[in-house]
Structure formats: structure tokens, C-alpha cells
Design a binder for this molecule. Structure first.
Ligand SMILES: N[C@@H](CCC(=O)N[C@@H](CS)C(=O)NCC(=O)O)C(=O)O
Length: 354
């Protein structure tokens, strides 16, 4: 009896503590929301400013009508739908890889969404904050077939074109140094300069993320004259970046990405989101679509934030297929690669919507 009472008392104490923590969390949440400088700025401006690169078809590139297209571009449209209720309320601001971090640090843009590789020094020492992974990539090499090279290790004393201010430049040096293989880097600020130099024969090889190699190969004068070597020398986790110190904005960007991936996992699409919001009985689907749970308010947004992102722009699979699937200008098959849901053998997974 005394024992049972002890347990009951402990339970009561635990409940009281939990209630206290919940209240503290709500108070903190409210304070956090009040201090999101970026969200306040975005709301006052009525638009999101999205930092992209100059041109990388499939990820970020203006089409013949001047409209930006790509996986990274669509992520910013989804964010605009989540935050402002309208996927079109976003302005794209291009910059070179060297200029992109100052562009974000100075407040010129609200985030970067442009194949930025997540590294410790960028995350910890540049005042930046990586929020997730939109595309799992890896560094590769392209050579002219006539060079007769089948592996990266055969590029001894080769001249290799790459871009400055990138992880690619650093990884290239690390990989060759670790193996005691000599080479000459030829570094350019923009991708078109690096590709043009390689194509004109100034370099024996061109190295960057494999997705870029694939995108550039299709646009070369004679694609059949070049080959992408089989080795991937490092993995590259690419995703959106915000400024450090605005936790609420980081959460909004992170959970918008989680919503796109989570929607694919739950079978929620742009076509069925409206119907599922009205009729689904699945608790997580209902919370994700704002039919119950108040999750949007916890982020400082409307409860229909994820619903608007999915309805207006689509889930991760729809965004991927639109920009990189069959029929797209650049095609990177999802099958067999890392950019599939974990349940399908890939690396994409979303935390719980609860
Ligand atoms: N992911 C690597 C490489 C980034 C990179 O080289 N990006 C190029 C190729 S996608 C780029 O932004 N090109 C467009 C431009 O130069 O404007 C990094 O974060 O450093």
C-alpha cells in the first residue's frame, strides 16, 4: 500500500514536472517566435529572397521565359507557400559560389538553396546554419575519352579545372595529396568559365559534384567525346542554409523540407492534399495538413503551412520528377540512388509530425 502510494506520488510529481516543462516550452516558443528577425522581415517585405547559383539546369536555372526552374528553386517556392501562402512570393538572387556566403551573411537573402555542401567549418565558423539535405551528391571527374583514362588515379600530373570557393577545390587537393599524386589545378569563379576551359582543352579533366557533371555533359558541343569516371571521391550532402542565431527561421526551413519528404512517405501529393485534409483519418496526415494539432502555430506560421507547400509545389517526389525525372532537361534517375526514401533503399527520411 505504502509502496503503491509512493509510485502514485512519483507519477503525480512526474506529471506536474511534465506540465511545468510544457508551460516553459510554450513560453519559450512564444519568445522564440517574437524574436525571429528573418520571419518578421519576410512578412513585412511580402516575399522571400532566395539565394541561388547563376545557372545549373535541374537545380537552378532561368528558362527561356526568364522563369527560374529547378529542385532548389522549387524548394524556395514551397517555403514561400508555407510562410506567405503563395509559392510565387519569392525572388531569386543568383551569386557565384565565392559570393554566396557573404550574400547570406549580409542579409541580402533569407536563405541559400543552391547545392551548398554541408561541412563543419561552414556550419560552425561562417555564422551559417545548415538545416537539412535536399540532394545527396558526390564529387566526380569528367575527362575526354581520347585521353584514354579510366580511373581518377590515372590523372597523374593532369591539369584539372574546378571552381573556387567550393568543397570541390578542397577535396581535389586532399585526394591527390593523400595519394602522393601530382596534379595542376586550374580554378575559375563561375561554372561556365570552368566548363569552357575544360571543353577548349585547357584542362585534362573537370571536377565538381556528379549532378553538375551530368547536367553539363548534356550541354556540351560533343557529349559523346567525354566520359564521367566511375569514382566518387567524397559524398556531398547538399541542402538549404540560413544565418546562425535565428532558430525559429531555421526550424521553418527545416520543417518545410521535412514536410515535402514526409508527404511523399505518407502518399500526400499536390493532387490529393485537399481531399486528404478533408477526409483522412490518419492522425499524422491530419496534423501535417493542419486539420488538427496546431503544428504550424508552433513554428509561428498558419496551420496550413505544409498543406500549402504540398498543394502548390508538390511533395519531394513530385519536385524531383519535375526537375530531374524522365522528360526533364537534365535527368538523374532516382532508382538505385540515395535520393529516395529510406523505405525504398535511399537516404531520405523525415522526423515525426507530432
Ligand atoms: N557543392 C559544392 C560545389 C558547389 C558548386 O561548385 N556549385 C557550382 C556548380 S553547381 C555552381 O554553383 N555553379 C553555378 C555558378 O557558378 O553560379 C559546394 O558547396 O562547394
Amino acid at each position: 500500500m505504502g509502496h503503491a502510494t509512493g509510485i502514485t506520488m512519483k507519477r503525480a510529481a512526474t506529471r506536474a514536472l511534465a506540465a511545468g516543462l510544457t508551460l516553459a516550452a510554450i513560453a519559450l516558443g512564444a519568445a522564440g517566435q517574437a524574436s525571429s528577425a528573418t520571419l518578421d522581415t519576410v512578412r513585412a517585405r511580402g516575399r522571400i529572397l532566395c539565394g541561388v547559383g547563376e545557372s545549373f539546369p535541374g537545380f537552378f536555372a532561368a528558362d527561356s521565359n526568364g522563369r527560374w526552374q529547378g529542385l532548389d528553386v522549387d524548394f524556395c517556392r514551397a517555403l514561400a507557400a508555407a510562410v506567405l501562402g503563395d509559392a510565387e512570393k519569392v525572388t531569386f538572387a543568383p551569386a557565384t559560389p565565392v559570393a554566396r556566403f557573404p550574400q547570406l551573411q549580409s542579409g541580402e537573402v533569407d536563405l541559400l538553396s543552391r547545392s551548398v555542401t554541408w561541412t563543419l567549418s561552414r556550419d560552425a565558423a561562417l555564422g551559417l546554419h545548415f538545416v537539412g539535405v535536399t540532394f545527396h551528391d558526390g564529387q566526380g571527374f569528367m575527362v575526354r575519352k581520347a585521353l584514354g583514362v579510366a580511373h581518377v588515379s590515372e590523372l597523374r600530373d593532369a591539369t584539372i579545372c574546378t571552381q573556387s570557393g567550393t568543397t570541390t577545390e578542397r577535396n581535389l587537393a586532399d585526394w591527390f595529396r593523400a595519394r602522393g599524386i601530382g596534379f595542376s589545378p586550374v580554378v575559375f569563379e563561375t561554372a561556365p568559365q570552368a566548363v569552357a576551359a575544360y571543353e577548349s582543352g585547357r584542362c585534362d579533366a573537370y571536377t565538381t559534384d556528379r549532378s553538375t557533371l551530368q547536367a553539363r555533359l548534356g550541354a556540351m558541343q560533343d557529349p559523346a567525346a567525354h566520359v564521367i569516371l566511375p569514382e566518387t571521391i567524397t559524398s556531398a550532402l547538399n541542402g538549404p542554409v540560413v544565418r546562425q542565431g535565428d532558430g525559429q527561421w531555421a526550424n521553418i526551413v527545416r520543417w518545410t523540407l521535412n514536410a515535402l519528404i514526409g508527404a511523399e512517405a505518407r502518399g500526400i501529393t499536390s493532387a490529393n492534399a485537399e481531399q486528404l485534409r478533408a477526409t483522412s483519418t490518419h492522425p499524422e496526415t491530419r496534423r501535417m495538413l493542419g486539420a488538427e494539432g496546431g503544428l504550424g502555430r508552433m513554428l509561428g506560421l498558419s496551420d496550413s503551412w505544409a498543406y500549402e507547400a504540398i498543394r502548390q509545389v508538390g511533395n519531394y517526389a513530385e519536385i524531383y520528377e519535375r526537375n530531374l525525372g524522365p522528360g526533364a532537361r537534365v535527368q538523374i534517375p532516382r532508382a538505385g540512388g540515395p535520393n529516395r526514401l529510406a523505405v525504398d533503399g535511399g537516404l531520405l527520411v523525415a522526423p515525426a509530425f507530432e
